[in-house]
Design a protein around this ligand. Sequence first.
Ligand code: IYR
Length: 225
Amino acid sequence: MSQSEQHHPLTDFIKYPESEMLERSVQFYENIKRRHSIRMFSDQAVPRTIIENCIKAAGTAPSGANHQPWHFVAISSHEVKKQVREQAELHEKGFYDGRAGDEWLEALKPLGTDANKPFLEHAPWLIAVFSQKKGGVHAGDQNTNYYVHESVGLATGFLINALHHAGLATLTHTPKPMQFLSKVCQRPDNERPYMLLVVGYPAQNATIPHHATIKKPLEDIASFL
Ligand code: IYR
C-alpha cells in the first residue's frame, strides 16, 4: 500500500452518554438559533487571531475527494473595504433598479434591503469566499475538483457557525454580479467568488427583519421513515 493510501486509527471521536448527547443537542440548537443575519454593524475592531481560528474551523469541512476547493480572503483594510463597498453598491443599484425582476424584488421587500451597503465599510472584517474548479489536497495542485459548490457551501456554513460560536455576528452577502471581488481581492482567474461574509459586532441599534425570524417547524423540514 502506498503511503497516500494509508489509514489512521480514529482517536479523537468522543462518545458521550446518551443523556449528555440529548443535553448537547438541545444546547447546540438553543445557541445556533440565536444566529441572525444582521445589516447594522458596529465599527469595533475584532482581533485577527479570532478570524484566523474561524477560518481554520471552516477549513475542516468535508469536501469532494478532500480537495478543499476554497480560499478565504479576510479584509480589514479600510481602503479595500471601501473598494468593495463602491463596487458592490454600483452593481446592486442595477439589480434593485430592475435587473432583478419584479418577483425577486417582491421577495426581498420584507427584508428591507436596498442598494446601499454601508456595513461593507463599517464592519471590521469582510471575508470573501472563493471556489476553485481545479486543485487537489495540496495548495497549487491542478487536478479536477469535485462537488465544488457543495464543498464550498459546507465550508461557508462551518465558517458562519464558527464566527457565531466565537461571539460575532455575520451577514451572508451576495452582491450580484460579484466578479469584481476577484480583482479587488487579487485572486487568480481560475477562482470564482462564491460569497461575501460581513463580520463584526452588531450596532447597538441593530434590528432584524421579522420575516427572517420565521423558521419552518421540524415537521415541515423533516420526514422520518
Ligand atoms: N444581493 C442583494 C439582494 C439580495 C438577494 C437575496 I436572495 C437576499 O436574501 C438578500 C439580498 C443584496 O444583498 O441586497
